[in-house]
Write a new protein. Structure first.
Length: 653
């Protein structure tokens, strides 16, 4: 980054933790200082102490960090444990009757499972897996609705050392087939169907379709009953789980595995190329998942924790299935859409289940904000004590709405920066200590050596100057490799700085208080007349206008300026005829000019009903870039949530 990315967005609001939250928080100012000091003084010793304190080991480790194969790092690698035993068995004595999981289906059906009940179901299903011929090290692909059954299946795989790969239930047959083949799974675990948005998502049909296209490695398809739709069952391959459960034992010993044993693979679609199977470990992964649940969410014995992410994403792994259960917490699992029967669903569920910690994505917050304040105001949200966000930078307007309308100005908001690859939170507030600023994920957690550097890897010391976000020391929950492709691992994450620093792929700046502000992905940086702008800042300015619900900004080549800004905007009201509205465009150009400066004024604005998004709600800028440049759309669009939107954006609808 020869010329540094210029930061133009200034946000000066600051929110101190409320006294009543601060006094009860697990992490107090002095504990936090102590954590930072210990991590700074002895990075390995710091993590080793936490690993002894928070994990139950079958064989204690004697080695902490093995960097002999760098950038492949190993943690605690002569120790043995079992993740499911750490999540379930170790709570049975103390909190066997405590609710581990509250499930709610889209239709309103609910189910509570205590730790003892969940443990029993996990053992039984693990025995089904064993009967299907699976043993430690084999792979299973899960293609499940977001139900208690998904959590049971994930825990059961972990229990016998089966390497699991959850594929989000919205992915296409082809995407599923690719992931099955890449992981060489022997078993697919699925359900007849799930319910979303009032429709049945016919999961088993998609599995059949995928296996028609390939996936010869699969010999068994275990099918849960959920939606009740009919499905074809292939003799000799397909098995109903409910039938298989009738003749298994309720006991299943957890199999100790090496600390480095892969707990799961999770495929992420990069902006180009085939998906990467991000490989995570057992012990290191679980350790960071546990400590971040305690540090950042302040998770305690009486909390009801609802993280709305699907288990098809990393957030659903670390903050639904594994982390909170390893802490003995109670999690809420919801199968359906946030807008069924209306945009009050989340808030009704917060009220009904007395949710105290609520964690969701900015895209959901913006969508619910757009629906209006009437919905949240109908419900009693007083059980909430902490709010969180993840997945993309949250624009200050959405942050303020979340703070004011959902949190009643009482709840700290933890804006958590992390990635599939990092396994757990890296940069986030400690809610009882850290003052928050809308739009900033605040400071790196203890033991996480995050920094912002220039092209040569030198720390950028000038406040607010943008650069590359890197992590300078290995941490326990880091990805271990890209499954079956060590070279891609090295090329993607360690290509610069002599392979010394982990390259996150995001640009960021650090302000005068040491707070981190994520500016977007490195490839979302646009160079306008020699000024490098993070597109997110322009987006944030657009969204701050009262007429705008959502915005995405991409760079297009420009003769004079190098690049210019092309914007796609979703208005709060109706879409203007033909996607063009000259008067509104003038207004918004002037507005961005005022907010950021003339340099950031968009050259073109197109209006749409929606933006192309991945199933996890990330705007697919690659597609918008192609549309703005009038290019053919290349590559995979099967991960798109709303494929029809492309035609509208191209002006064909
Ligand atoms: C973005 C999700 C700003 C970032 C856990 C990162 C964020 C990518 C934040 C990883 C945040 C995630 N503020 N940007 N709080 N959290 N991101 O792998 O660009 O789905 O690199 O993991 O999301 O997305 P992933």
């Amino acid at each position: 980054m020869k010329e540094n990315i210029e930061s133009v967005l200034q946000e000066n609001r600051r929110f101190e933790p409320k006294q009543n939250f601060a006094t009860q928080a697990r992490i107090q100012a002095d504990t936090l200082d102590d954590l930072y000091q210990r991590a700074e003084a002895d990075h390995e010793g710091f993590w080793a102490d936490l690993a002894r304190q928070h994990l139950s080991w079958d064989t204690p480790f004697s080695k902490v960090l093995d960097d002999s194969q760098a950038p492949h790092y190993q943690w605690f690698n002569d120790g043995e444990l079992n993740v499911s035993r750490n999540c379930l068995d170790r709570h049975l004595q103390e909190r066997g009757d405590k609710t581990a999981l509250i499930f709610e289906g889209e239709g309103g059906d609910t189910l509570h499972l205590s730790y003892r009940e969940l443990h029993r179901e996990v053992c039984r299903f693990a025995n089904v897996l064993k009967n299907a011929g699976l043993s430690s090290g084999d792979r299973a692909v899960l293609y499940m609705p977001m139900t208690h059954q998904a959590i049971i299946a994930m825990q059961a795989c972990a229990r016998i050392g089966v390497v699991q790969s959850v594929v989000f239930g919205g992915f296409s047959a082809e995407a599923l087939k690719d992931r099955i083949e890449d992981s060489q799974a022997k078993v697919v675990i699925t359900a007849d169907g799930g319910t979303r948005g009032g429709n049945i998502v016919r999961l088993k049909d998609t599995v059949d379709n995928a296996l028609q296209q390939g996936g010869a490695c699969v010999d068994t398809v275990l099918t849960f009953k959920r939606a009740g739709n009919d499905c074809a069952m292939q003799e000799g391959r397909d098995v109903w789980v409910e039938g298989a459960l009738t003749h298994v034992d309720e006991k299943c010993e957890a199999v100790p595995v090496n600390a480095e044993h892969p707990l799961f693979l999770l495929y992420t679609s990069g902006s180009t190329g085939r998906p990467k199977g991000i490989q995570h470990s057992s012990a290191g992964y679980l350790l960071n998942a546990i400590v971040t649940n305690q540090w950042v969410f302040d998770l305690k014995e009486d909390d009801i924790f609802w993280c709305t992410a699907d288990v098809g994403w990393i957030t659903g792994h670390s903050y639904v299935t594994f982390g909170p259960l390893a802490c003995g917490g109670t999690v809420v699992v919801y199968e359906g859409a946030p807008t069924v029967p209306d945009a009050g669903r989340f808030w009704k569920m917060v009220q009904d289940h007395r949710v105290s910690i609520f964690y969701t994505a900015p895209t959901a917050i913006r969508a619910l904000m757009k629906a209006g304040d009437d919905y949240p105001q109908q419900y009693d949200l007083s059980s909430l004590r902490l709010l969180g966000t993840v997945g993309e930078p949250i624009n200050p307007e959405a942050w303020m709405w979340y703070h004011r309308v959902i949190g009643a100005e009482q709840c700290p908001i933890v804006d958590t920066w992390w990635q599939t690859e990092t396994g757990s939170h890296m940069i986030a507030p400690m809610p009882g200590v850290t003052a928050t600023k809308p739009g900033s994920c605040t400071r790196p957690l203890p033991g996480i050596a995050a920094d912002v550097v220039d092209e040569e890897g030198n720390s950028i010391t000038t406040p607010n100057q943008g650069g590359y976000l890197v992590i300078k020391k290995p941490w326990p929950s880091m990805l271990r490799t890209v499954w079956g492709d060590d070279q891609r691992y090295k090329d993607t994450y360690w290509p610069m700085f002599d392979g010394k620093y982990y390259l996150a792929g995001d640009s960021a700046r650090i302000d005068e208080d040491g707070y981190f502000w994520i500016m977007g992905r490195i490839d979302d940086v646009v160079n306008v007349s020699g000024h490098r702008l993070g597109t997110m800042e322009v987006e944030s300015a657009l969204v701050a206008h009262e007429a705008v619900a959502e915005a995405a900004v991409v760079g297009v080549p420009h003769e004079v300026k190098g690049e210019s800004l092309a914007c796609f905007v979703v208005l709060k009201g109706d879409r203007p005829e033909g996607g063009i509205d000259d008067a509104m465009t003038q207004t918004l150009r002037a507005w961005v000019g005022e907010q950021i400066g003339a340099i950031a004024k968009p050259d073109s604005i197109r209006y749409a009903d929606n933006l192309p998004k991945t199933r996890s709600g990330k705007i697919m800028r690659r597609l918008l870039r192609a549309i703005a440049r009038g290019e053919e759309i290349q590559g995979d669009t099967s991960t798109l949530e709303n494929a029809g939107i492309l035609d509208q954006l191209k002006g064909e609808q």
